[in-house]
Design a protein around this ligand. Sequence first.
Ligand code: TNX
Length: 521
Amino acid sequence: MRLSRAVLTAAVASLAAVAVPGSAVAAPAVTERSVTDVVPAPVSAKADPKGGFRLTSSTVISADRGAGQVADYLRGLLRPATGYPLPVVPHAAGLPAISLKLGHDTRVGTEGYELKVARDGVTLKANTADGLFEGVQSLRQLLPSAIDAKHVQHRTWTVAGGTILDYPRFAERGAMLDVARHFFRPDQVKLYIDQVAQYKVNTLHLHLADDQGWRIEIKSWPKLATVGGKTAVDGDPGGYYTQAQYQDIVAYAASRHITVIPEIDMPGHTNAAQSTYAELNCDGKAVPPRTDTEVGYSSLCISSPITYRFVEDVVRELAAITPGPYLHIGGDEAHATPPADYLTFERKVQPIVAEYGKKITGWHEIAKSSPPVSAIPQYWDFGGDNPDVAAAAARGNKILMSPANHAYLDMKYTESTKLGQDWAGLVEVRDAYDWDPATLVTGVGENQVAGVEAPLWTETIRTSDDIEYMAFPRLPGIAELGWSPKASHNWDAYRTRLAKQAPRWTTQGISFYRSPQVDWK
Ligand code: TNX
């Protein structure tokens, strides 16, 4: 008779428990999980199959001063399924503990961590709360997937043993959600924040305005939201965030150690604003609202002073409610703006953003305007030569990588994918993973790359299920490209680790695409 691995594992664990009666520490428990399976792949991981730590009703979470928020978050993750009290305490005082420690470790930088799991306890060390948070994301993956259940599961909870030393390859690992083509409520945005945070994504780019809808309250131009927010693609219901709702999303993201970058796309992709306020058009006449998915037809009036009053009002209000350092000023596909006008516009608008204390990010077309070196052009083309982007990199700008044929989560997986588009080709799980951010664009090497971002445009995306289906399993691959060392890049190893994430998604209720490229078992 062949026993399944799960049965064997359980048997070994219970035998071991019997073998050490009266032992002060929990018995060694062999787990199917391993520190070497974590996604994104850690810088280094060494498994200790006998060093598993068993959570029990007497486990405590000890937290250094400054680690309390992450400790509370961890407790919130572990309590529903275990039902254990897991009190957060300043000192473990001899009790079995998960200890969160802040220190000075030059190896791990501002987001890295060291995680040690042994039979007598778990120690997570980092230099910052961000680092502890990312370490907690690894720790979660060392527990059974049932840890994500919302209700108490009666079972044992063993953290796989071993050591991880880890830190990111690139500073920025982003997800973008287009809330303009279709509107997503704050609770839907928060759900996506939680889903992406587990893969160490640290930036959420919100595409807040486009031709089909304006989604953020601007008090000095109130109809942008109340009128310009009514529409969405195909006549679907619109919506907008009040400034208070937006700030609540930003605060929620911050609690997941994610910085929000709000985008107002301009000078194109502006039909919602120009159909709402007649004075934003050169002829002073409001254009009709549009809910089709054409791109490249709208342009703000470059010669009009009102345009810059509008931009300044929007930038001022948005800057005031955005604690993060960047505002995204769009700049893509401005086909209705003559090239000279485009440069005029950028040269007037970029200083306005600086005036309100923010740095600029924008689609890679802004590279043409020689933006300040603090600006981050976001590359969305297919790779290869782009002299404007290369020149910006040579001047010192960092480039954010979102190649449409790899990183666009709205591309179909296969011809039969019901959702999505295919103008950048079909993007299967392997296509999303198998590229290198540092060799994609000529003249943009490792040190010029700010990071990676996976944009999700929502012309065809209407629900949270739709978001999940397009993001999973591609988003973890993009996140791994942003986090893991280049030397760890290996499709066959990745697809094996990815398959082991599926039970977590199932427990979390994430509806994901079961790509035939991955052996889900
Ligand atoms: C291109 S690439 C766009 C968006 C669309 C998307 C659809 C870029 C910066 N802009 O306006 O939503 O394609 O895939």
